[in-house]
Design a protein around this ligand. Structure first.
Ligand code: COA
Ligand code: AMP
Length: 633
């Protein structure tokens, strides 16, 4: 007999319009849709065309009107600043967001305009995002660990009207000064931005630039609240740039209506959370997890969200997660496995957990990278709650594969994010597009149409949308991940099929790092691979072939290469290891054998590629890897 999950899943696939129309009843609409799904122009599908709504109204005002005004909407907990905390009720959030929306309007920002939000993990980041949504502007949040060049690329691509920033972020042992980076990015960008709203932080006050900078606190204090503006369900809520195969990131568009419907639905059905409960996603607003599960979903649901500015270890110790869970009565938490590996390394026996009362804590969700069985079992044994791996991407905004514990908890299989979530028809395809039998590894694809919240397009890049995701397997979305389904339809996500690597749950493109390395004047050719790392999952590792006649010390060149990547991409690239080689292994047609190099680095078995030009080079690569601590076994 089919279980409850099977029934709901089958309905979502057999009658997607009925399924999502029902879920949409949980959202406030100013005007209802003409059609649930417009499928007239594949692969460009649109959910809820004709409807009008407002994301901020659904996240904030609606709850104040329904009597939740005095409930905490956001709890800001910042161990990195030495313990600053702030609790913001829904009523206070409404006031702050409405005033900041009016500040942006005074700066000429209106419906459809783009606003860059380049901020650390402070409540004002969420306020700025919600304020954009309130007036129909499109936010474009840029992670603070990206360098000015990356910020400039996003300014140019989005053609934003305004930047909202803060004077600093705080990383262990250093203050990250935002203003010099913003100034440099503005200078680098071709698209010119004349105005910046600056949040002065007491940890690092700065002199503002007259005529360019607007002081957040002063402007908000003087502003009168702005109302929510009805927008189309199909209008973009935000653009979030993510790594592609080149240095040019992809601007993933999130639409307004579908996003709200799917995320609201997910809170109860996937996470098993009730309105009024406390939910904590320990990520950063700069990533998709932060957009969906620090800001939007918990607020759509009338829950309380935690905005945590700190690290899993060192702020001040490996017990900080348990302190936050206990102190704020968190019911459900979501983070990346790498955070748990960091804690496990410092406190292998989980002794610090015993100092805290975690009786209210029910479930831990992990995502961002595959949860390795060791980490899964450590978390299960020490926390004594279900630990759920779930798989998703910036492109989808919510999980593709998960265990819907709010519907029915299915048995956990280590190494699998469980089953396809309702709305996703996941299939494993062979190179020729045919479906592979259970247990066989292939490209993980989702049959179109994708469910609500999934990206309807890339910003200003419809051709790239088709070419990167839709062209190879017509009628399917290619996830870029490879893996298999087992006999119970459990998904196993094993590796990427492109050059994306996953470093501490952050998605990076080796192609983008190669572009930076290639710009070094002494470098003739280069390659970057992702090597296994016990803490971060993967780390980038570079190989440089120098121009002939370069007589400088290799160490100087590799030091410069590391510095260059930090300067051009940012510290988040975690690029620290690079080695000089005489030549790179290639196929006879000239393709660099990155996959084989990665296997050698990780001491995995590999097959000699039949098309290799000169097998001897692999010995040279192995030798070079040994000098930097890899290929040891
Ligand atoms: N602004 C500026 N710099 C930042 C930054 C930010 N917002 N976030 C990270 N960095 C810097 C770090 O300080 C570090 O710099 P360093 O080279 O000078 O030490 C560098 O970027 C690499 O950061 P990270 O990969 O995060 O490594 P880490 O050693 O600082 O921390 C973990 C390791 C595991 C503790 C950390 O990655 C973590 O907490 N991860 C949680 C997972 C997560 O949030 N994933 C998001 C998707 S769910
Ligand atoms: P991002 O777009 O930054 O969220 O990264 C998405 C990519 O991270 C996916 O395509 C996967 O490669 C990887 N990923 C995220 N979650 C998981 C998971 N639970 N298991 C395996 N891989 C994951």
């Amino acid at each position: 007999m089919a279980g409850k999950f099977d029934e709901i899943y089958a309905r979502s696939i057999n009658d997607p319009e009925g399924f999502w129309a029902e879920a949409a009843e949980d959202v406030h609409w100013y005007k209802r849709w003409d059609k649930v799904l417009d499928d007239s122009n594949p692969p460009f599908y649109r959910w809820f065309p004709g409807a009008e709504t407002n994301t901020c109204y659904n996240a904030v005002d609606r709850h104040v009107e329904a009597g939740r005004g005095a409930q905490n909407a956001i709890i800001y907990d910042s161990p990195i600043t030495g313990g600053v905390q702030r609790k913001i009720t829904y009523a206070e959030l409404q006031d702050q967001v409405a005033r900041f929306a009016s500040v942006m309007q005074a700066e000429g920002v209106g419906y459809g305009d783009r606003v860059i939000v380049y901020m650390p993990m402070v409540p004002e980041a969420a306020i700025a995002m919600l304020a954009c949504a309130r007036i129909g502007a499109v936010h474009c949040v840029v992670f603070g660990g990206f360098a000015p060049q990356e910020l400039a690329t996003r300014i140019d691509d989005s053609e934003a009207k305004l930047i909202v920033t803060a004077t600093c972020g705080i990383e262990p042992g250093r203050t990250v000064e935002y203003m010099p980076m913003v100034t440099e990015a503005i200078d680098l960008a071709k698209h010119k931005i004349g105005r910046i709203v600056v949040l002065q932080r007491e940890q690092h006050p700065v002199e503002t630039v007259a005529g360019r900078d607007v002081d957040w606190h002063e402007a908000v204090a003087a502003a009168s609240p702005a109302d929510c503006v009805p927008v189309k369900a199909t209008d973009p809520l935000y653009i979030l740039y993510t790594s592609g195969t080149t240095g040019q990131p992809k601007g993933v568009i999130r639409d307004t209506g579908g996003h709200m419907v799917a995320l609201k639905w997910s809170m109860k059905n996937i996470y098993g959370v009730e309105p009024g409960e406390v939910y904590w996603a320990a990520s950063d607003v700069g990533w998709v997890v932060g957009h969906s599960y620090i800001v939007y979903a918990p607020l759509f649901h009338g829950s309380t969200t935690i905005l945590f500015e700190g690290k899993p270890v060192g702020t001040p110790d490996a017990g900080v997660f348990w302190r936050v869970l206990s102190e704020h009565n968190v019911s459900v938490m979501f983070t990346a496995p790498t955070a748990f590996r960091a804690i496990k390394r410092e406190d292998p026996e989980g002794k610090l957990i015993k100092d805290y009362d975690l009786s209210n804590f029910r479930t831990l969700f992990l995502a961002g990278e595959r949860t390795d069985p060791d980490t899964l079992h450590w978390a299960e044994n020490n926390l004594k709650v279900p630990v759920i791996d779930h798989w998703w991407q910036t492109e989808t905004g919510w999980s593709i594969g998960t265990n819907c514990i709010g519907i029915e908890m299915l048995p956990v299989k280590a190494g699998s994010p469980t089953r396809a979530a309702p709305g996703y028809d996941v299939q494993i395809l062979d190179n020729d597009g045919s479906e592979l039998p259970r247990g066989e590894m292939g490209a993980i694809c989702v049959k179109l149409p994708l469910p609500p919240s999934c990206f309807p397009n890339l910003w200003n890049a419809s051709d790239r949308y088709i070419e990167s995701y839709m062209a190879e397997f017509p009628g399917y979305y290619k996830t870029g991940d490879a893996g298999y389904l087992d006999e119970d339809d459990y998904i196993f996500v094993m590796t990427r099929t492109d050059d994306v690597i996953n470093v501490a749950g952050h998605r990076l493109s080796t192609g983008a790092i190669e572009e930076v390395l290639a710009s070094h004047p002494d470098v003739a050719e280069c390659a970057v691979i992702g090597v296994a790392d016990q803490l971060k999952g993967q780390l980038p590792l570079g190989f440089l072939v120098l121009n002939s006649g370069v007589a400088r010390d290799n160490q100087d060149i590799t030091d410069e290469a590391v510095k260059l990547v930090r300067q051009e991409i940012g510290p988040v690239a975690a690029f620290k290891t690079v080695t000089v080689v005489d030549r790179l292994p290639k196929t006879r047609s000239g393709k660099i054998l990155r996959g084989t190099m990665q296997k050698i680095a990780d001491s995995e078995d590999y097959k000699m590629p039949a098309t290799i030009d000169d097998p001897i080079i692999l010995n040279e690569i192995e030798g070079a890897l040994k000098t930097v601590g890899y290929a040891r076994n």
